[in-house]
Each structure stands twice: as C-alpha cells, then as structure tokens.
Write a protein that binds this ligand. Sequence first.
Ligand code: ATP
Ligand code: MG
Length: 649
Amino acid sequence: MSGQSIYPVSPELAQKSLLTNDQYLSDYKLSIEDPEKFWGDKGKILDWIKPYSKVKNSSYAPGNVDIKWFEDGELNVSVNCIDRHLATKGDQVALLWEGDTPDQDAKITYNQLYTQVCQFANALKEQGIKKGDVVCLYMPMTPEAAVAMLACTRIGAVHSIVFGGFSPDAIAGRIIDSKSKLVITADEGRRGGRTVPLKGNVDEALLRDGTDCVESVIVFKNTGGDVAWFEDRDLDWAEVTQSQPTECEPVAMNAEDPLFILYTSGSTGTPKGVLHTTGGYLVYAAMTFKYVFDYQEGDIYWCTADVGWITGHSYLVYGPLANGATTLLFEGVPTYPTTSRMSEVVDKHNVTLLYTAPTAIRALMAKGNEAIAGTSRSTLRVLGSVGEPINPEAWQWYYDKIGDKRCPIVDTWWQTETGGILITPLPGATDLKPGSATRPFFGVQPALVDNEGNILEGAIEGNLVMLDSWPGQMRTLYGNHERFEQTYFSTFDNMYFTGDGARRDEDGYYWITGRVDDVLNVSGHRMGTAEIESALVSHPKVAEAAVVGVPHEIKGQGIYAYVTLNAGEYPSPELYAEVKQWVRKEIGAIATPDILHWAEGLPKTRSGKIMRRILRKIATGESDQLGDTSTLADPSVVDKLIKENQEIA
Ligand code: ATP
Ligand code: MG
C-alpha cells in the first residue's frame, strides 16, 4: 500500500528548520525524564506578570484527578499575544483578513489590534463584565472574532465560542450550560456566497427557557443586513466601542484561572464543555505552534479552521499571536467562488504555512487539477492536516499538488480536550509516512493498552492513552468534574483515555485508526474503519468513504461502506464489483465490504467530520434512534441516506 512509503527529511530542510531529529530526540527524552526542568524552561516562551515557582502538579489518581501547571504564576493572555510584540512589531500585520469573495480583505497591525482590543475590553467592562464571567461568542470569521476573544482575556472574562453555523437550539444549549452573561454576535455572516443570519439565530436562541442569564447582546454590523433590534438588550458594537479609551489595564490572571470553555464537535455523543485554563494552555499552544509549523520570522501562516473549533482557538489566534506571527483569517470556503480559491489565497497573500483538514483536501482532490489551476503556491513551506485521519491517498494529493512535492506535511493528532497538538511530525526532524501522525510532541507520553488497560509494547494496535499530563490538557468539564473523570479517566486507571485507537509500527510511529467505538470485529479480526476507508478512497473513482459495522449472522460483524464517487463518475453494477474487489486486493479478503451504499453526500459535523454513529444507525435500520443531531451540517443528507438504505435492505 502507498501508506508504506517514506519521505525522509532532506539535509537541506533539517538545516533550515528550528529542530533536527537529534535535537528532537534529546529534548523529548529530557521532557519525559524531567518535566519540571523541561517545562520550567519552556514556560519562558511567555511573559509572566508574576513568575511561577512551581511547574507541574498533576494527578490522574482514580476519583481524584487534579491537573495544575505553573500554578503560582500570573499572566495575561492578551499581553502575551499583543502588548509584548509592540516594541518590535507594532507595524507588522497581526491579522490578515480575506473575505468570502476575493475583493474583500484587510490588514490589521499589532498596533491596531492593541487599540481595538483595549477599546472593546473597555466596552465589555462598561456592560458589567468582569473576571470570571462567561461571554458567549457567535461570530463570523472576521477580525472582530479575534478582537472579542482577546478582549475577554484582557479583563479575565471566560469566552465560550459557538460555531457560527450552529442552530438556535445548539446556541441555547451552550448558553445555558455555560451560564453566559453576554453574547457577542454580528448581524450576518458570509460563507460561500450565502449570508448566515447570526443575529436572527441568537434572537431565537434567547427565546428558549433558561437563557435569561444573558443580560445583553453586542452586535457587530458586518453586512448591514436587516435585523430585529431589542432596545433593552441589544447594543451596536461600533457605538459601544468608538468612544472608549484606547488603553485598558490587563488583569493579572492566575495560571489556573479559566481561559475558555469550548464544546466538542459531538461526533460521538452530546457535546462536552471542555474547560481550559490560562498558563499551561498558552505555553502549550505557543510551543506547539512554533515547533510543529517550524514558525520563523517573516512567515505568513494560514489556518483554515473556524474560530468556533479548538483549532481556531489554538492555531488561528492564540498560538500564532503569542509567537508574534501574521495569521490569516478566512471568512469563506476553500471552493468558492472557484475550485482553486484556496490556492489563489495562498498566492495572493504569499502564504508560507498552511493548516487545513482532510475534509477540505478530499473535496479539492475530487475536482482533480482544477484545485490548483493557474496558481503557483511557490511560497508554501509547510503543510498541516488536522481533524480526522488523513488517508494516504489524500496525503499524497496534498503533498504532490498543493505542495508541489516540496513541503513536509505535519499530520497533527489532537483533540479539543488536549488544547494543543500531541502527536505530530516536526518539519526538520521527522521522516514522514503518509497517513501516520508519527511521534509525540515534547512532554507527551502516549501508550497503547488492551481493553483491560495493560500497556502493550512494540509494534501493535490498541487503545490510545496518555500516561501523564502536559500543560495544555483540559482541567475539567465545565461544572461537571464527575463527568470529566468518568469520561476520560475511568476506562483505564491512572491514564487519560483519548477514545481513539492507534497502531504503532516498528519505528515507533503512531497511526490513528479512528475512534475505538468504530473498530470492527469481523470474524474475530479487529479492524479500524480508517484502514478500510483509506483503501476505498485509494480507488481512482472514489472521492470519500465511511465504513460502519452491521450485525452479520456468520461473521459477527459485516462491513457496510458508504461511498461517494468523484464528480462525473456514476454507480454501476460493474463499479460495485470493482470497488469491492479493490478493497480485497488492498487489504485482504477479510476487509471486503459486504454492502456498498452509493452516497451523494455523508453526514458531517459542522467541522467536517464524518458522523459514523449516525451512519451506524442508518445502516442497521435504526434511523429512529439517531441521537443528538444538533451538530449536523446538513440534515437533508441523512434523510436521503435513510431512504436509500431502505431501498438497499
Ligand atoms: P466528540 O468528542 O464530541 O465526539 P470530536 O471528538 O469530533 O467530538 P474534536 O475534539 O474536535 O471533537 O476532535 C478530536 C478527534 O478528531 C480525535 O479524537 C480524533 O478522533 C480526530 N482527529 C483529530 N486529528 C486527527 C488526526 N490528525 N488523525 C486522526 N484523527 C484525528
Ligand atoms: Mg472527542
């Protein structure tokens, strides 16, 4: 399989990069043997108002999970992301904004960002927001989203961002759970040529029972579209901000004071309100950003994630700005107005570091060379992937086409809960294997365990756990420490359970096989869905695939594969047989799908992840038990699949 190929680090790349393999190996060793020393040192990547004297204090003890880093230190996040860069980089662009259509863009320097954040922080204070209050953000991908986040951190307010594609019910649920006091939104957002009624959705959400914790709503007039206005509640962003002083004293926060709450995607169940704190989170976001992307002065960095996801927190805003980088914020989608938009944005802004998701890569790949037509992408230096396993086929396309075979790909494995990247290649240090997230970042101790929690050694597959804490780890589920312990620490004692499965190869590289709930057991053989999907997608006519298990009289579990074909390809009995045969040849007879379901589209979360738990229910004819569908991007996809399944059955 193509997954076995290796892309070694060239001597030239190693030389130009921040870290070589030898440095990685020796620093990694130190980070595990002496985390106090390692992180005590690395914590200095930030400016502290009061330096810490303690570094790590964490326990995974059953019933007593308690995680603290830098616990007596004090700092302010906005100072670290803005103020400290002003002396040397005041006129450097901090936020580069590219609108939904190519004719809209903006540049905001660190000086300008400072003023905007201070003024908006003062506006928040005027509304009675103080340290510890929760503020809900429901924003479009405009610079104001980052300004609002940073303004919260300046005064110690805790933000809870709800992705701008979520429904009124999803907003209400998160407002109620987090007890938000204020909502920041815009009249409308823009995405792929359509407008999104942000303010209208907030209005509707605030009609729900239990949302009366919200005292006011600040509305940024983005499109100027018509919106309802409630005089006793709604405030115009421009009006409350313009006459504010342009300085705002930053609040000194303890390292363990809450920074933000963020709800997980809901791929596996009801979203969980993950709580991150101030010091450890920012140290970890800053460190990982610097080394994973090999950030160097002059880089133009573009992360396509929305601020509503953890990637948008750690690697669109906090990690890059803490490093004084220029970070590009994109309002639109990679394929609008043309298939080559992503490549065009790279050329327009001379992007050097690009971070995106497999779902976007597969969507572009399905259109062939159109995605790069007429573009050079010659400024690119490092490519990143996050969110799902990237199948070797998509990896190869990303490497060959977007990166012109020049740029290393960092396949970064992590979770909302982990705050930052845990398993990843480092550009100048790690030889790449397409489809593998490779090795742990500094201070990260992954292990594979069997279902009884026994640690497995060598080249083997198992449940992916972490044996000890790292600074960016979540501290609790907001208001529900019991569910926190139950979810992450009760499956295996003294370990953080990720919920994902992985394989480790003979070089110690990790290959994420998918969520353990998705592992199939076919005639006694355990198989990750990711592997079968990867084989399916490697067929030249297949664009995307999702595999689930269905009960099977003889085999225990049978393989049910949803398959989306490339644009211009159509289902036929010949292709049906051919695709099944293809998988058989790629992996073996045991992995041959029992049923292929030709699907025009797959149900995805708003962040683009395939929702296999819904596909499982559809495949087994239990479509009346779909569970929480509030994070589904397009519900009509599900109805269509249910109908098609009934025809197949
Ligand atoms: P929920 O926890 O609510 O079900 P979720 O797990 O999709 O939602 P996130 O925290 O956004 O929420 O996603 C983390 C998960 O995404 C990981 O546990 C893993 O399954 C998957 N993932 C992220 N990056 C990668 C990667 N590089 N390779 C493989 N899988 C990845
Ligand atoms: Mg998860």
